[in-house]
Design a protein around this ligand. Structure first.
Ligand code: 3H9
Length: 675
């Protein structure tokens, strides 16, 4: 087995089976073949009394090899390998470090004992790939941890700590952090003669219909639109009703349905898209990066504060600068309040709050940023003001410091030109609330240096953002695609649709909210000219009447004190007034037309973004929309969805409505290809 990722070694009468399949010990064909052979070896050698299964490198098996899912299957299949481990007539101890995930945890569940270092995490994240644990996990897990915990683990997919897993009985013993193999060998020594050998499949899972019903109800909103959570729940339920083998068959049927469905294809696409987005075309992955130990943030408003929290939470010191003392105090106060709210929910300890706040230095002088490694400007969107700030930064920042703007649509090259070091200037477009939203658009200016871009992309991972490289164009990737959607949504109102209908179509599609709900949340007045006498659009009319959205209790909808929306008779009047003044006839608008004019147009814009080289790849656009705007992940982002919907159908509908179809979309349509 010399080329195999699986090696075996005898330690007295204990066989140590080791996997070495970097980077994450995925259970690909070579690993399965090796494991199968190791089990046979253990069974046939009378000198072996117990087996320890352990992994080298950063982690225990992190799951099946997802890259194999789109290829023809190769034997032995994982469920069979796992069954042979469980059936072995000698005890097997799984020795876990890093993350035992998916098929990895299923393998561990088939082992007769599990020992883990305290830092390890255990989980079945298949649901996040639109799947379920398909190698017996849904049947063994409830038999080991009970129905409630199994529902949480399978249908939500978040891993649990080894310590919690120990309390639940999923882990039999905790090992020394640095001495997993020794601990596992000592453990195996103790249990090697214990009979009967404990097997998860031979246990039973007590039925708990009340818990299952309650779980479905509690999570109905979270699971809306997704197929996989319900399938996971059904499998856990089956574990409480069916004998083990029948439960496995049920699991297999459900797994296969999900595996060949479009939702899982979409979610797997996003898994790889997210990782690909971190790679920058044309820049070597080993380029030397600039060290970032101290960050300056200019502006202590909502954006500046949120941006600051990302760094503090990652243990990076921040100096936050404001012009006026009260604004500075308010900003710092909000940061503390946000941390304390997380602590109250049990997500942080008070020590962690104090540690984060201890890394923050408030200042009223921009000169205090002189020794920062990265300075992020987060002031309001005005080119002249930004240029002035960057001119000042040019004068005070140390040579080599990275100067970033959080602009959401302004020209980063123009901002860079106000400095003598455009190579050090980059855009870092965070999404609001910046401490919560995962997306970061990193805007590469015409002269941004390669190491600056690579440093910021790497830093994004440190502060737990998903970063995408965008080129300089109005609105970059995300907001640029929002524009045609908004324009068409407004036109549709004039032609006869209501805000409620358009929003409903978007929500039914899977978006968290529709364009008008979003407008009310963000503020209808954003970007308004502020002249109540100048009424040229429906939006102007709303703003003139103080209907600025949720914050004013009225916008495209009316709101009660709890911000529950109801359709507004006044808004209907305003729209009708505009329509009659423009001599437009009202007509019935179908839901399909709304999709074609607000979503197909986004695909068209995405294709133009690709043509112009403003995004590196179609999957980057998908990542932007999933993590920045809540596009339903089970539809894989607008460009992936275009392939499912049919680029030919999309191009034809756009042409029918009179839009200019982008050449790239036309080309894909001609070949009936996706992006
Ligand atoms: C399953 O198990 C199905 C079974 O129930 C049923 C079977 C019948 N396969 O994330 P990273 C790659 S479904 C293939 O940047 P980290 C990844 O693409 C599986 N490749 O590292 C990347 O490649 P590249 C259930 C995988 O340290 C590289 O490894 N398991 C897999 O930030 C490094 O990854 C999961 O869903 C895989 N399973 O995080 C776990 N996993 O360098 C998925 C990773 O070319 N994985 N790669 O870009 C993870 O959650 C994270 O990768 C992990 C490490 C936490 C393990």
């Amino acid at each position: 087995m010399s080329d195999s990722p699986i090696s075996i070694e005898k330690h007295g009468d204990i066989l140590v089976v080791t996997s070495n399949n970097p980077p994450v010990n995925a259970l690909g064909a070579a690993v399965r073949i090796g494991l199968d052979a190791a089990v046979k070896q253990a069974a046939s050698d009378d000198g072996i009394k117990a087996v320890v299964l352990i992994c080298e490198g950063q982690t225990f098996f992190a799951g099946a090899d997802i890259t194999e899912f789109s290829k023809p299957p190769v034997e032995p299949f994982l469920p069979a390998v796992i069954a042979s481990i469980e059936a072995l007539n000698k005890p097997v101890v799984a020795a876990i470090h890093g993350t035992a995930l998916g098929g990895g945890l299923e393998t561990a569940l088939a082992c007769h004992y599990r020992i883990a270092v305290p830092s390890a995490k255990l989980g079945v994240p298949e649901v996040k790939l639109g799947l379920l644990p398909g190698a017996g996990g849904t049947q063994r897990l409830p038999r080991v941890v009970g129905v409630k915990a199994a529902l949480e683990m399978t249908a939500k997919g978040d891993p649990v700590s080894a310590k919690l897993a120990h309390q639940w009985g999923l882990v039999d013993a905790l090992a020394d952090e640095g001495g997993l193999l020794q601990s596992a060998l000592a453990f195996a020594e103790q249990i090697k003669a214990v009979r009967p050998i404990p097997r998860a499949s031979e246990r039973s899972a007590a039925p708990d219909d009340a818990a299952i019903d309650a779980f479905r109800k509690e999570n109905a909103r979270k699971f809306r639109g997704f197929d996989a959570p319900a399938a996971n729940i059904a499998c856990v339920e089956a574990a409480t009703r069916l004998p083990f083998e029948e439960g496995l068959n049920f699991e297999r049927t459900e797994f296969t349905k999900l595996m060949f469905g479009t939702q899982s294809a979409a979610q797997r696409h996003i898994f790889f898209a997210e990782r690909k987005a971190a790679k920058i075309d044309g820049i070597a992955s080993d380029i030397a990066l600039r060290p970032i130990n101290k960050v300056g943030v200019i502006g202590a408003g909502t954006m500046g504060g949120g941006i600051t929290m990302n760094f503090l939470s990652a243990g990076i010191a921040v100096i936050i600068v404001e012009q006026a003392e009260d604004a500075l105090n308010r900003g710092v106060g909000v940061i503390r309040k946000n941390y304390e709210a997380s602590a109250a929910k049990g997500r942080l300890t008070s020590d962690q709050v104090e540690k984060a706040m201890g890394l923050l230095t408030p200042s009223l002088s921009i000169d205090d940023l002189a020794d920062c490694d990265l300075i992020i400007e987060a002031i309001f969107e005005n080119m002249d003001v930004k240029k002035e700030v960057f001119g000042k930064l040019d004068a005070i920042a140390r040579p080599g410091a990275i100067l970033a703007s959080n602009t959401s649509y302004l020209n980063v090259d123009e901002i860079a030109a106000s400095t003598s070091r455009p190579q050090d200037v980059v855009g870092m477009h965070f999404f609001s609330p910046a401490n919560v939203m995962k997306l970061l658009e990193v805007v590469r200016g015409a002269r941004t240096a390669d190491d600056v871009l690579a440093t910021v992309m790497k830093l994004a991972k440190t502060i737990r953002k998903v970063a995408v490289v965008a080129g300089v164009c109005p609105g970059f990737i995300g907001n640029r695609m929002l524009m045609p959607r908004q324009v068409e949504a407004n036109k549709l109102l004039m032609e006869g649709a209501t805000p409620e209908q358009i929003d409903r179509v978007h929500v039914e599609f899977g978006m968290p909210m529709g364009p008008f709900q979003m407008s009310d949340l963000a503020g209808v007045d954003i970007g308004w000219h502020r002249d109540p006498a100048r009424i040229e659009t429906i939006r102007d009319a709303l703003c003139a009447e103080d209907r600025w959205g949720q914050k004013k209790g009225a916008g495209f909808y009316d709101y009660d004190e709890k911000r529950n929306p109801t359709p507004s008779a006044r808004v209907t009047e305003i729209i009708e007034d505009f329509r009659s003044r423009s001599n437009m006839a009202k007509r019935d608008i179908t839901d399909q037309e709304i999709i074609e004019r607000t979503l197909y147009t986004m695909v068209n814009e995405g294709a133009m973004i690709l043509e112009e080289g403003m995004a590196q790849r179609a999957s980057d656009i998908d990542v932007v929309w999933i993590y920045g705007y809540g596009w339903p992940i089970y539809r894989g982002g607008p460009m992936f969805w275009a392939g499912v919907e049919g680029t030919d159908k999309i191009a034809a509908a756009l042409a029918k409505h009179g839009f200019a179809v982008s050449p790239m979309l036309a080309e894909k349509a001609a070949k009936s290809e996706g992006f």
